[in-house]
Each structure stands twice: as C-alpha cells, then as structure tokens.
Ligand binder design. Structure first.
Ligand code: GUN
Length: 291
C-alpha cells in the first residue's frame, strides 16, 4: 500500500494563519513584527530562499528590511550592518543567509547577532539553551520537522528515530530536540553520518527516518522497515532539460519506491521546505511578542 503524503504546504499554511492573527494582535498594540534579512553574494539557491522568506513576511502582515549585498562585502561591513540591526527597535529578528562568501568568518557573524534577535537559532547561546532544555529560538528546519511529525499525529514518545546527516543546521539540533524530556521529544535517537559503518543497519530498525544528508537517493526502499515514517529534508538540484530553469528539485529519499514501503512520507518539494520559512516567521512573531 502506498504511503500517506504529509502535506507540508497545508500544515505550513495552517500555522501561517495562526501567525497572521497574532501579527494583527501585535499591530493593534503598535508593534509590527520585523525581520532583518541579509544576503551576501548571488548564489541562485540563496536568492530564491531569501526572496521566499521576504514574501512570506509580507503575506502575514510583517515587515522585512531587505539587504542584498555584493559578494565582495567585507566582514567589517557585514558586522556593522548586524550591529545596526541589533540596535534597531523595529527589527525583532535577524537572518543572515548562509553560506557566506569564503572571506567572511561565518561563526564570527553568527556570534555578533544579539541572541534576543537570533530567529535562526544558530547563535551558540541559543544552541546551548536548546541543549539544556531552556526556552530558546529553535532552528527553523529541525523545528519544522518536529511540527510536521506532531501535527501529523506521529508518536514520538519512545520512538526509534534515525537521522541521516549531522549538520549544525539540521542533524545535530534535531537530535537534541527529539531527545528532550518533553511532549515533542522523548524519542530514542541515532545519528548516522559519512563515517557510519552501515547506515542501512540503523535505518532498517527505525520507526522514523529523517534524511538530511544532502545527496539524492541516500535512502532507498531496501533501507526501511515496512510502515516507517520518512521525512525528507534534502533539497538537491538535478539537471532536467524539460524544465525552463534547466533543473528540478529532488530530496535525499528515493521517493517512489520508498513510498511503497513507508506509512507516511514527505514529498520534495512541498514537505519540509514550506515549514522552514514558517518557523522563521514563528520565531520572529515570538520575538516581537516578548517586547
Ligand atoms: N542556509 C540554508 N538553510 C538556512 C537557514 O535555515 N538559515 C540561514 N540563515 N541560512 C540557511
């Protein structure tokens, strides 16, 4: 039997409706939630993410301060802009799109963001608070994954979860969120990565598999247990001459065969993607509410 599709677009739309109402409430008190957006350079994927983030802000009545800087921007200039946004009371969240050009020290920039405005959840203070279970801005993609699971009625308590990928943006924070002693945690988590001896050994016994490796077909049908829940975080551009853009997006999961074995699965596009932006809006509205 084919798996049921988790409709990330619909779940994201539901959350955005909830956020729109909160934005209205805040506006009636004279506060318009504002997001400061910084993009350095002209990476096509980054341009499309940032454009989508800005549009999503406007769609729910928020304000965005959009800054597109050339690839030659110096670290000092970028730090000055972050500092200006830290001090700007109209801006409640700051988003510096990653990756940054090589001549800029990414960690230095992330450290410069006021943790009170760290809506990406990448500042070490946010990461540390999350790890010890204190209230913090949660990083958007892993938070979106947790929301997809919870809102689809997937039981996390006691579940065997296998995450494939150990990035700072997805794998590591997601593992941390899912092991928290909380209604949205309590899972038993294994993290596989490029040095794991036998990834299939782990994925085959998982109730929930989360693919965040950044490589197409990392998860194939023979690697999963019948009835498993499969969440695909991958966004890979592959050449496709039938498309106007010359490419199409695929995830890390071999979708068609895997969907014959899984019970629930996210598509790419239309699964995790819309949730990432939604959780960024969520954090920014939350930050404005704390004013
Ligand atoms: N690059 C890829 N994903 C992200 C993200 O969630 N936030 C930022 N700032 N950059 C990214």
């Amino acid at each position: 039997m084919a798996a049921k599709i988790i409709d990330g677009k619909q779940i994201a739309a539901d959350i955005r409706e909830e956020l729109k109402a909160k934005v209205e409430q805040l506006k009636s008190k004279g506060i318009t939630p504002g997001l400061g957006v910084i993009l350095v350079g002209a990476d096509p994927a980054s341009i499309s993410y940032v454009t989508a983030k800005e549009k999503a802000c406007h769609d729910i009545g928020m304000f965005s301060d959009d800054n597109r800087l050339c690839a030659e921007t110096s670290e000092k200039e970028l730090l000055a802009l972050v500092d200006k946004m830290n001090k700007d009371s109209k801006i409640h969240g700051i988003l510096v799109q990653l990756p940054l050009p090589k001549h800029i020290d990414e960690q230095k920039i992330l450290l410069a963001i006021d943790p009170a405005k760290d809506v990406d959840g990448f500042h070490p203070v946010s990461v540390g608070k999350m790890c010890v279970g204190q209230k913090a801005f949660l990083p958007c993609t892993p938070h979106g994954v947790v929301q997809l699971l919870v809102r689809s009625g997937v039981k996390l308590d006691g579940a065997e979860v296998v995450i494939v990928g150990r990035s700072n943006i997805v794998g590591k924070p997601l593992a941390n969120m899912l092991i928290q002693k909380s209604p949205t945690g309590n899972a038993t988590v294994t993290v596989c990565h490029t040095r794991t001896k036998d990834i299939a050994y782990h994925t085959k016994r998982a109730d929930i598999i989360i693919a965040a490796a950044g490589r197409p077909k990392t998860i194939t049908a023979d690697m999963i247990k019948p009835g498993a829940v499969v969440i695909d975080v991958g966004v890979n551009r592959i050449e496709d001459s039938t498309k106007k853009s010359g490419f199409r997006l695929v995830g890390d999961v071999d979708f068609e065969p895997v969907s014959q074995v899984a019970s629930l699965i996210t598509p790419v596009p239309g699964g995790v993607g819309p949730m990432t932006i939604t959780m960024l809006l969520y954090n920014t509205v939350e930050s404005a509410s704390q004013k």
